[in-house]
Design a protein around this ligand. Structure first.
Ligand code: KIV
Length: 269
């Protein structure tokens, strides 16, 4: 297998915006320095997603993630991957109004090297995005299926199935663009609808479960590397069977310890 050598260049908001209609953007989540370093010169953007509350902290949804937790993980990611364009996902309850949002975003900029923050919400949150961007915070939007709404919506629901919902999503996207966001995540949306949203805005759209029609893709690292065994959403592609490989390796280690073949003479001081 060949190792693909990328012409990596560190991203910034201008380059990201200019990628629209030029190059597909690749975003991946990371929560720690070790993996962030592995992704650094490959992905265009690293998202410290609040999904870490599920895949890293083992919780059933993202809602109990805290800002301090996000800051801790973002610092680890920025330390491991200093050249990456790293985005901190603002957790639930940290942008309930303009002032709270700005206070918390400033805390993020003061205490991490995050290049941007991401917030969930459409038209309803456009005034918050506007307040943040007019105060020099780089904001990535997130519309469609928004995991922070899981309890209020009664579950994770694919969006854009009806004409009305499609129109609402287009309004959401335009409102977030007008408010000053530099890019927009579209999650869990019918691909026909994601296409219409992508055509309706001039900022890049980054899809997850939204088909191959967006300006880029984002994926949760532990999903794509096959570490999450309980469930595989339809939109996830496994590029590795991480869980099986890890278990096989740890079983081998246990076997070698029990057989007294590890450590060997060569592995001794
Ligand atoms: O938290 C996260 O990882 C996300 C992505 C799935 C977009 O928001």
């Amino acid at each position: 297998m060949s190792i693909i050598k990328n012409n990596f260049e560190t991203m910034n908001v201008t380059k990201i915006k200019n990628s629209k209609n030029n190059k597909k953007l690749t975003m991946i989540t990371a929560y720690d320095a070790l993996f962030a370093k592995l992704f650094e010169e490959i992905a265009d953007m690293i998202l410290v997603g609040d999904s870490l509350n599920m895949s890293f902290a083992g919780k059933k949804d993202t809602l109990s993630a805290t800002l301090d937790q996000m800051i801790y993980h973002t610092n680890a990611v920025c330390t491991g991957a200093p050249k990456a364009f790293t985005i901190l996902d603002m957790p639930f309850g940290t942008y309930i109004n303009k002032d709270e949002a700005l206070k918390n975003a400033i805390k993020v900029y003061n205490s991490t090297n995050a290049a941007a923050i991401k917030i969930e919400g459409g038209e309803d949150r456009a005034c918050i995005v506007k307040h943040l961007s007019s105060n020099s915070i780089a904001v990535m939007g997130h519309i469609g299926l928004m995991p922070q709404y899981v309890r209020s919506e009664g579950g994770y629901k694919v969006r854009g199935k009806t004409k009305e919902d499609t129109q609402q999503l287009i309004k959401d996207a335009k409102a977030i663009e007008e408010a000053g966001a530099f890019a927009l995540v579209i999650e869990g949306v019918m691909s026909e609808t994601a296409k219409k949203i992508t055509q309706a805005v001039s900022i890049p759209t980054i899809g997850i479960g939204a088909g191959n029609v967006t300006d880029g893709q984002v994926i949760v690292w532990s999903d794509m590397l096959g570490f999450f065994e309980e469930f595989k959403p339809k939109f996830v592609r496994h590029y590795m069977d991480g869980a099986k490989l890890v278990k096989k390796a740890v079983n081998q280690y246990r076997h070698d310890v029990q057989e007294k073949s590890f450590p060997s003479k060569e592995e001794e001081y």
